[in-house]
Ligand binder design. Structure first.
Ligand SMILES: [Zn+2]
Length: 270
């Protein structure tokens, strides 16, 4: 254990024994579809880059197999591999059965949060579960809806899915100038939302993705397609957080457990 981590742990022990650590009452999880970790530079995405320090982050995260949008988001929200959850196809139509396993939004509901789920592709409607209070297919106004939801008082947990990069990637290539320009636009659009979360009190911000891509392709077995970033920032005070050394998208539910308190799930995270 290094000195910084030892100091952080002892600070947290002092805080917990004296009641100084405030309960986290605002959580925002942003999944930027098809975000390659290498795009998260200060020049391209200054707002997102500024979350990495003093937050916790890895640019070496990994998606599931195959690294495709709905399969990876199902793994992210349930903490289950495609094999464990049974969600191995990348499609869903309105009216078809939805996810049959609890997600981290259900966990949040059990912890007393009001929950919202905003998504940019119809098939992500699959992940609307019983613990979701408000949800919308919101490809254009997801950020605005999240801002409005977080203007209300009380404990609030928002999952926001943002698309755009996958279309530019397929048209112009992953990490192309056009792709990086699209990420700059997303970074700018997120700036007021992230600022408002940080003004709301004790909070956790998560920025991640479902998969990356290479050339003009994604969803293949190419090593680049599996790459995902994970950024976790808690405030106003930092909290000790041990990110898994080899982070996979199935690990996010456990990361949230560590920050918000384990609520005793019946299913083991895989
Ligand atoms: Zn995707």
């Amino acid at each position: 254990m290094n000195l910084i981590r030892a100091a952080a742990l002892s600070a947290s022990l002092i805080a917990s024994t004296t009641g100084l650590a405030r309960e986290i009452d605002t959580v925002l999880v942003v999944s930027i579809d098809a975000l390659h970790p290498d795009a998260l530079t200060e020049a391209v995405a200054p707002t997102l880059h500024a979350l990495m320090r003093p937050g916790h982050f890895t640019l070496q995260g990994r998606s599931v197999d195959p690294p495709m949008t709905l399969i990876a988001h199902t793994a992210m929200l349930t903490g289950l591999s495609p094999q464990a959850s049974g969600k191995r196809d990348n499609d869903w139509q309105p009216g078809a059965p939805r996810v049959g396993h609890p997600t981290f939004l259900d966990d949040a509901k059990l912890r007393g949060f009001a929950t919202a789920y905003y998504y940019a592709k119809p098939k992500l409607g699959y992940l609307v579960s019983a613990g979701v209070d408000e949800h919308a297919l919101a490809p254009e106004d997801g950020v605005e809806r999240a801002r409005a939801f977080l203007r209300e008082p009380g404990r609030r947990f928002v999952f926001l899915h943002i698309s755009g990069l996958e279309y530019v990637g397929m048209r112009s290539g992953w990490l192309s100038p056009e792709y990086l320009g699209e990420l700059s636009m997303i970074d700018l659009a997120l700036t007021p939302l992230l600022a408002e979360v940080r003004q709301r009190g004790a909070h956790t911000l998560v920025v991640t993705s479902d998969h990356a891509g290479h050339d003009r392709l994604h969803g293949t077995s190419h090593t680049e397609d599996y790459k995902v970033p994970l950024i976790v920032l808690t405030g106003p005070e930092d909290r000790p957080l041990a990110l898994p050394t080899a982070y996979e998208v199935t690990g996010l539910r456990g990361v949230l457990d560590e920050l918000l308190g384990n609520i005793g799930r019946r299913e083991p995270a895989k």
